[in-house]
Design a protein around this ligand. Structure first.
Ligand code: F6P
Length: 357
């Protein structure tokens, strides 16, 4: 295999805390360890579709110490614009994959580190193959629903945000003798709600993977009150449906299941109930220590795999360290909370209502 000289790196899909830490680690390892040239592509795939191409040279001098601590992504990202099916201003769709390949050739990229969720990785794997370059994946998403890894970059920070929100909601709930419903992100999977709910002492945690009944929810609240506590905390993932199975969406986006529960809980229990939607607060902000460690470990290993020509792999976290898994095994859709997830047992062991089965 011909040794690689130029490595591209891009972030794709929704941002989250820890992306800059990955970019920093990829760059440091690629330059210090292998003397590679590293180019950061702007705005995901868009940087390679733009003319002139939109990118920046990443070198050790340009890596500010602040990067490790900063949320967002210094390179920008996009969750729109699949180059195979690119939305055009006139409403039509065009295959722009050849322009992507042209951009790769123009920059002289030999390999690409893609920091993304499973959807981005699926698209980028096809694009890289068509462009004739190797790809290494780094999983990121606050939803933590990428297959093959225990943790994706951004998840740990998002869970901390949920816990902090519950720490703030509990005293106000107690003061007013209310039920507080906290709606978290988590489109297809309830990892954020389950982890945040346990760590934040929720009485009820609803996730898309487990069916629930409003009677079950109301029953748990009555039990809490019967034991002498005057308030309760409910955590619900945005992807949870109504009891009748309807998704709560507006303009194609999730949001509102918390407010639905407010009405149902108040009607059934007679307790004043309020909802808070956490939204994008979970994505921004300073990465937690855990996310910085995972991001840095992923970045180092991704650069090594690229430099060694070990393409078609994604770095993953298993048993306190980094391993590699074939991209083909991870680009198979979202990873839900498994029905035998130990945290479901933990929650139930604490008397938390997490649904009916
Ligand atoms: O996939 C990550 C995620 O944060 C989901 O939890 C959420 O539903 C979605 O992205 C929001 O996307 P957008 O930033 O496009 O509103």
């Amino acid at each position: 295999m011909k040794p690689i000289k130029t490595l591209g790196v891009l972030t794709s899909g929704g941002d989250c805390a820890g992306l800059n830490a990955v970019i920093r680690a990829v760059t440091v390892r690629a330059i210090r360890g292998y003397g590679l040239r590293v180019l950061g592509i702007h705005d995901g795939t868009l940087g390679l579709l733009d003319r002139p191409l939109s990118y920046r040279e990443l070198n050790l001098e340009s890596l500010d110490q602040r990067l490790l601590r900063e949320g967002g992504t210094m390179l920008g990202t996009t969750s729109k614009g699949d180059p195979f099916y690119f939305p055009m201003p006139d409403g039509s769709f065009r295959d722009r994959s050849a322009e992507f390949a042209e951009g790769v050739r123009e920059l002289g990229l030999d390999a690409l580190v893609v920091i993304g969720g499973d959807g981005s990785m699926r698209i980028l794997a096809r694009l890289c193959e068509a462009a004739g370059i190797g790809m290494v994946g780094v999983p990121k998403t606050i939803d933590n629903d990428v297959h093959g890894t225990e943790y994706a970059v951004g998840f740990a920070t998002a869970v901390n945000v949920v816990v902090e929100a519950l720490d703030r909601l509990q005293p106000t709930a107690a003061s007013h003798h209310r039920v507080m419903v906290l709606e978290t992100m988590g489109r297809d999977a309830g990892h954020i709600a389950l982890n945040g709910g346990i760590a934040g002492g929720a009485d009820i945690i609803l996730i898309p993977e487990l069916p629930y009944t409003l009677d079950g929810v109301a029953q748990r609240i009555r039990e809490v009150l019967a034991r002498g506590r005057s308030h309760a905390l409910v955590v619900v993932a945005e992807g949870v449906r109504t009891e009748l199975g309807q998704a709560v969406v507006s303009a194609g986006r999730y949001g509102g299941i918390g407010q639905y529960l407010v009405g149902e809980i108040a009607d059934r229990t007679g307790i004043e109930t309020r909802a808070t939607i956490l939204g994008h607060v979970q994505r921004g902000g300073t990465p937690s220590a855990r996310d910085r460690i995972i991001a840095t470990s992923f970045g180092v290993r991704a650069a090594e795999l690229a430099a060694e020509g070990r393409f078609g792999e994604m770095v993953a976290w298993q048993d306190r360290g980094v391993i590699e898994v074939p991209l083909s095994q991870v680009t198979v859709g979202a990873r839900p909370v498994a029905l035998d997830d130990p945290l479901i047992r933990t929650a139930r062991g604490m008397g938390v209502y997490v649904g009916s089965c």
